[in-house]
Design a protein around this ligand. Structure first.
Ligand SMILES: Cc1ncc(COP(=O)(O)O)c(C=O)c1O
Length: 400
């Protein structure tokens, strides 16, 4: 018996590169090394107290049983209200399905809509799991590359050129992981015009970093454009904006027939998500956003700090991210160089070497569709970020 017995769909699946680096960093830290881990996409803040209190109350109030598959009614209502308040999106509770994190919501939406052979256009750089989710659904990813000089954003012309009769969906995150880029309202309207011209295409809009957006115009939801609203599946959750990664609450908002399909799928695979976390999420969606603004201010300070430090490193090319909590430098200047022992061929080699040499954990851009880059999370204390950048600068000075 061996791995060859695993189903082909699992054998074909890549391991998550972000989780892989985090695991290696933990192992080195356990051996006593002073590792600075900037590989994981996770706020370094605690969940706000009023949300934790709601969870404690849910336990005391006896919310111990299975919830409805699509989520408790008060949570779905709180989400509908949040979508009206923040996103100009008019959906009722019946349009919402709550799942085990936005990751689960994305996977559900893809599984519910993609048939074998359907093409899914993915704006690249993209979050590592997108292409693998499409693979699991036996769809075909069509990766469209945003240029570094356009802040890694895909243009409407590029998007339209990638459309074929087989295209079923386009998916992207704004604000983006890994690049931190944000599509402005006018850019999203241009993309929506393309979608409007092709009536069989659905949009999977990942808005998990909604509250971490430093642009003047702020966040805009493509689903709020009436001409295409019925074909947009909006995905969001509590992980990033409310510092609740471990609570595992995400949701989709979509036309009722899509929500019903996703509910049917979820009813057979996982059922309703954790009851206590759902009650905590009600408090998050109904409560004040002060904590989200405070965290945003910290991420804003840190992105400026990190980008300034990274721009001092010879050969690094870095855009200023407009959202999320990542810097995404182009490090390809160092490909083909060596410290005398290790040859750096690509971003995977670079990040592995950096972890071994400087004990700074980052993630190679290859898993995100950007092999010239590496992702650095800025969700860490300012001193740690400064120290990490200093270590990187000292390390690369050895590469010739
Ligand atoms: C772009 C993007 N979408 C979705 C998710 C998943 O969020 P959740 O923790 O709610 O599953 C992440 C998490 O890193 C992400 O970066």
């Amino acid at each position: 018996m061996s791995q060859a017995q695993l189903a082909q769909r699992i054998q074909a699946l890549e391991e998550s590169s972000t989780l892989g680096m985090t695991k290696k960093a933990r192992e080195l830290a356990a051996q006593g090394h002073k590792v600075i881990s900037l590989s994981v996409g996770e706020p370094d803040f605690k969940t706000p107290a009023h949300i934790c209190e709601a969870a404690k109350k849910a336990i005391d109030d006896g919310f111990h049983g299975y919830s409805p598959v699509a989520g408790y009614p008060d949570l779905r209502m709180a989400i509908a209200n949040k979508l009206k308040r923040d996103n100009n999106l008019e959906w009722g509770s019946e349009n919402i399905v709550v799942s085990t994190g936005a990751k689960h919501s994305l996977a559900n939406a893809i599984a519910a809509l993609i048939n074998p052979g359907d093409e899914v256009i993915i704006f690249s750089p993209y979050w590592v799991s997108y292409s693998e989710m499409v693979k699991l659904a036996e769809g075909t990813s069509v990766v469209v590359q945003g240029a570094f000089d356009n802040n890694f954003k895909v243009t409407p012309e590029q998007f339209e050129a990638a459309i074929t009769p087989k295209t079923k969906m386009v998916m992207f995150a704004s604000p983006n992981n890994p690049t931190g880029s944000v599509y402005t309202e006018s850019e999203l309207r241009d993309i929506a015009n393309v979608v409007a011209r092709h009536e069989n295409i659905f949009v999977l809009a990942d808005e998990i970093y909604e509250y971490i957006n430093f642009t003047q115009g702020g966040h805009f939801s493509i689903g709020s454009i009436p001409e295409i609203k019925e074909r947009v599946i909006t995905v969001n959750g509590v992980a990033k904006g409310h510092a609740m990664t471990g609570w595992r609450i995400g949701f989709i908002a979509a036309a009722k027939w899509i929500a019903d399909g996703i509910e049917k799928l979820q009813g057979q695979v996982t059922s309703g998500t954790n009851s206590i976390a759902q009650k905590a999420a009600v408090a998050a969606f109904n409560g004040s956003l002060d904590h989200a603004y405070e965290m945003k201010a910290a991420y804003d300070r840190r992105r400026k700090l990190v980008v300034e430090k990274l721009r001092e490193i010879p050969g690094f090319k870095v855009n200023m991210p407009d959202g999320a909590f990542y810097a995404f430098p182009d490090i390809s200047y160092y490909f083909g160089k060596t410290d005398g022992t290790t040859l750096i061929r690509d971003s995977d080699d670079f990040c592995s070497w950096l972890l071994a040499d400087a004990f700074v954990a980052t993630v190679a851009g290859s898993g995100f569709g950007a092999p010239d880059c590496m992702r650095i999370s800025t969700a860490a204390a300012d001193e740690q970020l400064v120290e990490a950048c200093d270590r990187i600068k000292a390390a690369v000075a050895k590469l010739k």
